[in-house]
Ligand binder design. Sequence first.
Ligand SMILES: [Zn+2]
Length: 342
Amino acid sequence: MKAIVFEQHGPPNVLKYIEVPQPAIKPNEVLVRVKACALNHLDLWVRGGLPGVAIPLPHIPGSDVAGEIAQAGSDVTTVRVGQKVVLAPGVTCGKCPACVSGLDNRCRQFTNLGYMIDGGCAEFIRAPEVDCLPYPENLSFEEAAAVPLVFQTAWHMLVGRAELQPGEDVLVLGAGSGVGSAAIQIAKFFGARVIATAGTYEKLEKARGLGADHGINHKSQKIRDEVRRITNKRGVDVVFEHVGTATWDESLASLAPSGRLVTCGATTGFDAKIDLRFLFSRQLSLLGSYMGTKAELHTVMKLVAAGRLKPVVDRVFPLAEAAAAHAYLESSSQFGKVVLRV
Ligand SMILES: [Zn+2]
C-alpha cells in the first residue's frame, strides 16, 4: 500500500510517500481502507520528535480516520466488511481498572493511532474493533475524519473536567484551531456565553459564525482587558487553554473568582508561572485534560450525526502532499481542520 512514512524526526520534508506492506490484523481488529485522515497538532509533535518519547521508526502518522472496513478479524462481531466507519483515535488495553470503568483515557497503555503505533496517513490502517464508531451519514469522509480527536478533547475539557454550567462565561483561546472551533460549538450547545480569541479579524468572523458571542484579536488587543470589559470586570468562569506559555498569564488573569482553567496542551511552550496568592485567594481551579473517553466520543458522534455539532474543514490535501499539509498547519493560517484525502 501507499503511505506517508518518516524514518527520522525533522521538518515536513522528512515525510515520504512510499510503498509499504499492508498491516496484518489480529482476531479482535479490523483493517480499514482509509478515505480521509485529518491532521492534528499531535502530528507535528510526533514528526518533529518529543523529548523522552521514543516514537517507533519508521513511522506512519495520523490519528483521525474515516473510511470503510476492508477486513474483519475472526473475533469481530459488531462491524462488517464494506461498512463505513470513523475510528476513535485512542487505543487502550481494554482490561485495566481505568478501561473497564469507562475512563479509558486514564489507561496507562493509552496511545493514539499515529502516536506510538502506526496511523492513518496510508491506504490501510489496522485498529481494534472497539474503536469503530458509527458513521455520520450526513458527512463526507473528509468532514467525518475532522471530528474525533478535537471534539473528543474539547468535550472532555469543558464537560468532563470543567463541568461547564448553562449561562457561564467561557474564554476559548485559539478559535482557529481544530480544538478551538470544536470548543466554541460545545460551549454554545451547553448554553454558555463564548468569548473567542484569534490572530486575525477574518478568523474572529468565522468564530462568530460558529456561535461565539465576542471576539478578541490577541495580536492587537490585550486578552485580560477585553475579558474584563466584556464581563463587567468579573472575568470568565472557564478558560479553555491549549496555547501554553504565550497566553498563560492572560488566561489566569481572565478568570473570575472560583474560575476554572482547563488545559489540554501547550503549542507555544511548556513553561508557566503562577502567583500562589492569586490561586488560593481567588479559589481558582487548574485542570489538566488529556483526550477523552470512548463514551464521550460516542456522545459527540451522535450530536454530529444529528447536525448539532459540525466539523470545520479548512482545507483538503491529497495524501501524497502530506508534507505541504504539515507545513500549512504549522503556519497556523488555517481555520478548522486540515485533512488528507486518500
Ligand atoms: Zn487500560
